[in-house]
Design a protein around this ligand. Structure first.
Ligand code: 5AD
Ligand code: SF4
Length: 457
């Protein structure tokens, strides 16, 4: 397969038409924006840093919770003012909200183009067709699109760590979640294109890749020319890990119902596959898990955690938690707190349940937990997580950890910041080191958010 769009970093040229891209939501969206930049760069656009310089403003949106969408409507009002100030600029809405609210968005006076997550190849022609004066929309979802042949143009700041999408869509149908509706059916990308992308990143100086999918454990690719030749996630992980021992490999997200031994044994075999698993639990209550359609029980989840600890004793585990799902009782909430204590997550992403229109939960289960109760439960969850994060960091005091340097610390140019294999943030005096170096650091102090230490030679 030839690669028409190759160039790892943005080509900046103020003589070209300028595109500004604003991204909301998950890592997958960050990577999609990089695919979009690759496509636009190929058709004569150059990236710029502010809406004030832009000929084209793109906003890559998120629909996961109501407040994500509210923020985006607010931004559209700002873009509208910019359009009144500077005639002729174009505004396009991309991503999940474009898919979910197509027609409503098209009615907004600021919006010229609406393009869903599988339509980015069409952006140049949508832009072209705009010249006729009518607004343009393409929100077709695909069963095949993986953008495999497009090398994303990286917009990260550090030049050290980057995302690679290995699959798109989701088939899990958790009852609360809008993703299967806005990102379509699950499909896996050609593993050879994934390895090539990781290799290109390594050769351009990157030292860490995160393989992305809604459920990486169900990665499954069959060679179209020889369908008996298949690749699963454990095999893909190994293929990427073999590129170079100096390339760290991470992945996200693992689904507790699908995570198997093979992935853990592969992680154990390669020191460059990071010792970290993001394993969203959502709730500690069996009744809630059933209603959420998560397809595992609390006991099964805890079995997976025990298996991780057995095969990978140094592995850290993080999670996602939803507070106040339909019908959640005080006892269900206590179950969530107790599973958090039992697992001892080093970090967590914690949310109040937000009902999403047309999901199974919206159709069948009332959003019946009062906002104050949701808020109170979320605060309890956050407070407990802070304690668990601190305990997890205290357990690292005195250990020597390998840190991949990502940049300077916010406080001082004399200090570098990076991450450990366990994905913990670690700060230490810079010495002669620079971004992209691996440094062995002895952990001496910590807060709930960071480890601090000094280099050991
Ligand atoms: N309300 C609140 N949180 C949600 N998530 C997904 N859908 C919703 C929703 N409707 C959370 C889950 C998921 C993470 C990406 O977002 O915890 O793992
Ligand atoms: Fe990402 Fe999900 Fe938000 Fe879409 S809805 S941007 S997939 S978090």
């Amino acid at each position: 397969m030839t690669n028409k769009y190759y160039s790892v970093k943005p080509v900046l040229d103020t003589k070209l038409r300028q595109v500004f891209i604003e991204t909301y939501g998950c890592q997958m969206n960050v990577n999609d924006s990089e695919v979009v930049l690759a496509i636009l760069q190929q058709s004569g656009y150059s990236l710029c840093n502010s809406i004030k310089e832009a000929d084209l403003i793109l906003i890559n949106t998120c629909s996961i919770r109501d407040n994500a969408e509210t923020r985006i409507w607010g931004r559209l009002d700002i873009f509208r003012l910019e359009k009144l100030r500077r005639k002729g600029i174009i505004v396009g809405i991309l991503g999940c909200m474009a898919e979910r609210l197509k027609d409503e968005l098209l009615k907004h006076p600021a919006v010229d183009i609406v393009a869903g997550p599988d339509s980015y190849r069409e952006l140049p022609s949508l832009l072209n067709d705009l010249t006729g004066g009518s607004k343009q929309i393409n929100t077709m979802l695909s069963h095949e699109e993986t953008y495999a042949d497009i090398s994303p143009v990286r917009m990260d700041k550090n030049g050290v760590s980057s995302f690679i999408s290995i699959m798109r869509g989701c088939n899990n149908m958790c009852s609360y979640c809008v993703v299967p509706y806005v990102r379509g059916a699950e499909r896996s990308r050609d593993p050879n294109s994934i390895v090539r992308e990781a290799q290109d990143l390594f050769e351009s100086g990157y030292r860490e890749v995160t393989l992305l999918g809604q459920n990486v454990d169900s990665f499954h690719w069959a060679d179209p020319d020889n369908p008996t030749n298949t690749v699963n996630f454990a095999q893909l992980l190994e293929m990427v890990a073999l590129i170079d021992p100096k390339l760290r490999v991470r992945f996200s997200t693992s689904h507790p119902k699908d995570m198997g031994h093979a992935v853990l044994y592969t992680m154990a075999m390669y020191q460059n596959i990071c010792n970290h698993i993001h394993l969203p639990v959502q709730s500690g209550s069996d009744a809630m898990l059933e209603k959420m359609n998560r397809k595992y029980t609390r006991a099964e989840y805890l079995d997976r955690v025990a298996m991780i600890h057995k095969i990978l004793p140094e592995c850290s585990i993080s999670t996602d938690i939803i507070a106040g799902f339909s019908g959640e009782t005080a006892a269900d909430h206590e179950d969530t707190l107790s599973i958090m204590r039992e697992v001892g997550y080093y970090t967590a992403f914690m949310f109040q349940y937000s009902e999403r229109p047309n999901t199974k939960a919206a159709r069948h289960y009332p959003d019946d937990i009062a906002p104050e109760v949701k808020n109170e439960r979320l605060n309890e969850i956050i407070k407990l997580q802070n304690e668990l994060s601190l305990a997890s960091n205290i357990a690292d005091l005195g250990k020597v950890v390998e840190v991949l340097v990502e940049g300077y610390s916010k406080r001082s140019k004399e200090e570098l910041v990076g991450r450990t294999s366990q994905n913990k943030v670690c700060i230490f005096p810079a010495g002669e080191h620079k971004v992209g170096d691996y440094v062995m650091v002895k952990v001496e102090t910590c807060s709930s958010a960071t480890l601090k230490g000094t280099e050991v030679k």
